[in-house]
Design a protein around this ligand. Sequence first.
Ligand SMILES: NC(=O)C1=CN([C@@H]2O[C@H](COP(=O)(O)OP(=O)(O)OC[C@H]3O[C@@H](n4cnc5c(N)ncnc54)[C@H](O)[C@@H]3O)[C@@H](O)[C@H]2O)C=CC1
Ligand SMILES: O=C(O)[C@H]1O[C@H](OP(=O)(O)OP(=O)(O)OC[C@H]2O[C@@H](n3ccc(=O)[nH]c3=O)[C@H](O)[C@@H]2O)[C@H](O)[C@@H](O)[C@@H]1O
Length: 399
Amino acid sequence: MQPQRIGVVGAGYVGLTTAACLAELGHDVVCADTDTAKVEALASGEIGLHEPGLRELVVKNAHRLQFVTDTAQAMSDVDFTFVCVPTHVVESVVTAAPPDCRLVLKSTVPAGTAAKYPGVVSNPEFLREGHAVEDFLNPQRIVVGAQDERLAREVAALYETTGAPVVVTDNTTAEVVKYASNCFLALKLSYVNTLAELCERLGADIDGVTEGMRLDDRIGGSCLEPGPGWGGSCLPKDTRALLATAAEAGVEFPTLEGALTTNGHQPRRVVDRVRAETGALRGKKIGLLGLTFKAGTNDLRESPALKIAELLGQEGARLTAYDPCVTGDLDGIEVRTSAVEAARDADVLVVLTEWPEFAELDWPELAGHTATPVILDTRGVVPEDKVTEAGFRLVRTGR
Ligand SMILES: NC(=O)C1=CN([C@@H]2O[C@H](COP(=O)(O)OP(=O)(O)OC[C@H]3O[C@@H](n4cnc5c(N)ncnc54)[C@H](O)[C@@H]3O)[C@@H](O)[C@H]2O)C=CC1
Ligand SMILES: O=C(O)[C@H]1O[C@H](OP(=O)(O)OP(=O)(O)OC[C@H]2O[C@@H](n3ccc(=O)[nH]c3=O)[C@H](O)[C@@H]2O)[C@H](O)[C@@H](O)[C@@H]1O
């Protein structure tokens, strides 16, 4: 297709990725965000997000990519405007748009939202943080919903060069696909986290269990790593939202309720395991390795690590932490600049994010700095042989 003029509203994880990647696909893009500081930084090629390849795309496509603070500029004299703002402000953006503006909703919005506004196209986004560019340019599917099929196909054509399969449907179905997908991942994750707890009681090994499960392609190999709970800006929010939608529609959804409840218990489970190692937590010094909700991002939104830190703090523990993507102290957590500094005088080290560098730490040096060489690894990232050799006692989730 011919290059189009595209407006993007919102320059966060989804908006900035959409803007940079559509520019990379050859389109001319105007990206608007109400955050002046963010726009100024972007205009000079600085991006505040930790997303591999994103900065490079912004710089490479600078001639096709304009950053502005005036949302109206992303809504006039363009072929389509992609709305990529937080869920709760989507409708205010839609209602403020000029009548001839062809809006495409990439933000995740509750089922039934787009259908209230004639002409609006739904095009949910499935990218993962930390893989945003890779996921956008190589999507597993493009879903486009509209009242007018021709319009949906025009939007789908923008992605033609990605070669991804396209699902063209109505608005509400497209919106449900998004929630259904995220919530299915949440179900899978809570399932595996409960299996991990069961393995601990049975003396089984969750890694062996999931290794056996993954080989069945009906189950699928991903989202089977047990952890301290699933977090981030979307899975928890979208699970709560689909439950609310179901309740409004008079549909009981006990499987999804169970997934959310299970996830709510995860931080407490981790704290119980820490206490089992240290005894009463008051005055104990705990070194946290990892604070972000998963590796590969600097995003702390709904991070299970922060919830766990809060619970440990409530029981009187003193917390130090190291995360390769976090600088500056957080509420109740002294954030250090290295794992060794976080480990100094610790009664236990707790691995909460699966940063690859946590597999390659200098274990003897770390052990030398702790008060008691114990590691609780909630992510299965620490190499058992090396830490044990260095004198650590290793406790792992799911074993
Ligand atoms: N973060 C992710 O991995 C994914 C998020 N989504 C969905 O995409 C939407 C956006 O999420 P994120 O990009 O993570 O949010 P974000 O918080 O990273 O970015 C949102 C941006 O919108 C700007 N903004 C807020 N109100 C505005 C307005 N009225 N006009 C212009 N700009 C405005 C903010 O300043 C911010 O830069 C949400 O609905 C989310 O559920 C969907 C797929 C993946
Ligand atoms: O709507 C969204 O915002 C996005 O939400 C998730 O992406 P993301 O939030 O980046 O995170 P995931 O990689 O899915 O991880 C979610 C949580 O589950 C945890 N997780 C994931 C996988 C796993 O095997 N084990 C595990 O504990 C992660 O640590 C993290 O806390 C979905 O994977 C994306 O498809 C979706 O677009």
